[in-house]
Design a protein around this ligand. Sequence first.
Ligand code: PLP
Length: 443
Amino acid sequence: MTLKQTDPEVYEIIEAEKQRRREGLEMIPSENHTSPAVLEALGSILTDKYSEGYPGKRYYGGNEFIDKVENLAIERAKKAFLVPYANVQAYSGTPANTAVYLAACEVGNMIMGQSLPDGGHLSHGANATFSARFYKSQPYHVKSDGYIDFDEVWRLAREHKPKLIWVGASAYARQFPFAEMAEVADEIGAWLAADIAHIAGLVVAGVHPSPAPHAHIITTTTHKTLRGPRGAIVMATQKGLEKDPDLGKKIDKAVFPGGVQGGPHNHQTAAIAVALKEAMTPEFKEYAAQITKNAKVLAAGLMERGVKIVSGGTDNHLMLIDLTPYGNGLGIFLEEALDMAGITANKNTVPQDPSSPFYPSGLRLGTPCITTRGMKEKEMTEIAAWIARVVDLIKDYQLPEDKGERKSYLRNFRKEVAVSETLKKIKEEVIELSKKFPIPAIH
Ligand SMILES: Cc1ncc(COP(=O)(O)O)c(C=O)c1O
C-alpha cells in the first residue's frame, strides 16, 4: 500500500509542502534541496536496523551490510574533507558538537566561540544551552564592520586560556579565518574545532579554504551547502591526531555511547555516503562556485538598491540584511512580508543588534537552494529587485517599544500587507520564475 492509501492525511501535508516549494523561493541559507538519489537512500529499509557500535564492533547481529555502508561513508568523508579520521554517526550538528566537548574537555573547562547574536551557533557556548551550563563560556564578537574582532580574540584567549576554541558560525558572510584562529589556539595550547556546518559544500568544492591544515577537529552538518540528508560528521585532522593520537577514538566514544544518542540512523548514513559521492563530482564543484557567484550578485543587487548588507557583501553563500537604518527589530516584518511574496528567509540578529533575538533587526538570506534549481546571475538580479521592493514596503513600520503593544501592532501589520498590491504582484512573478526552475526531487 502506498502512503496515499494508508495515510492520506500525511500524504496531503507532504504534497502541500511540495507545492509551497514549487511556487516559492527557499532562501534560508542553512537549507538545500536534496537529490532523488539521496532521498532514495534516506527512505530505504536501512532505517529498520539496530547497529550500536562501529563497523566490525557491533552490539547487534546482522550488520554485515550496515558495516559496508558506514565504512563507505567514512572513507568518502575522509577523501572529501582531506582528513585521516571521520565519524558519520552523529544525528545532527548539535549532537556532533556535543561529542566534541565530551572528547576534548572536562566539565567546567573554559570554552570560547563566536557570540550567538554576532552569528555564532547555540552549541558554541550560548547561555540557553548545555554548552554554557556545563562549561564556562567566553564568547568573542565581530566588529561593527561585521568581521571577527581579532584584537578581542587574542585578549580573551590570553586572559581566559580556554581549553577549546570554536571557529565557524551560522550567520557570518566572510571567509572563516582558520589560520589566524589556529595561531591563537596554538599559542595557548587550546583545541581548535572548526564547525563548517554552513560552508561544508563550499569547502569540498574548493570554493572556501579548508580548515584541515589548521584545526584539530572539524564538525559539519550534512544538510546545508553539502546537500545531503539531515546529519553530521565529526572529524579529526592530522594536526589533531598529532596533538592526541587517541583523538579519533575519543570522538567515537563521545558520539556513542558517551553522547546524547544510541543506535546509528543507518538510512541517514547511507544518504550521507551518497551526498558525499555527489559532492566530489565536477558538477558539484560548478554548483558550489555558482552558489557564491549568485550570493555576490544578490548582495550587490540589494546594495545598489539602497539595502544595507552587513560587512558590505559576502564571500560565501549567505548575507545579512541590516534594517537598523529604518529602526529596531524590523526583521520579523521583512520575514513575514517576504513569506507572503513566496520568498522564504529568516529574521536574524545583526552585529550589536539594538533589539532582541526574537525581534532582531536583520534578515539572513542564502543561495544554496535556488542555485540547486539552476538559477544564475540574471535571476539573482530579479530577486534582489523584489526583495528591495519588500524592504521599501515594510521600512516605515516601527516595532513598539512597549512589549504589550507588539502583538496587536503586528496583527495590524499583517492585515495591511495581506492586501498589498506590491506583494501580490511580486508573488505572481515569483511563481512564474519558480515554475521555470523545478526542484530535482519534486515532480
Ligand atoms: C554552524 C552550525 N553548527 C551547528 C548547527 C546545528 O545543526 P543542527 O540544527 O543539525 O543541530 C548549525 C545549524 O544551523 C550551524 O549553523
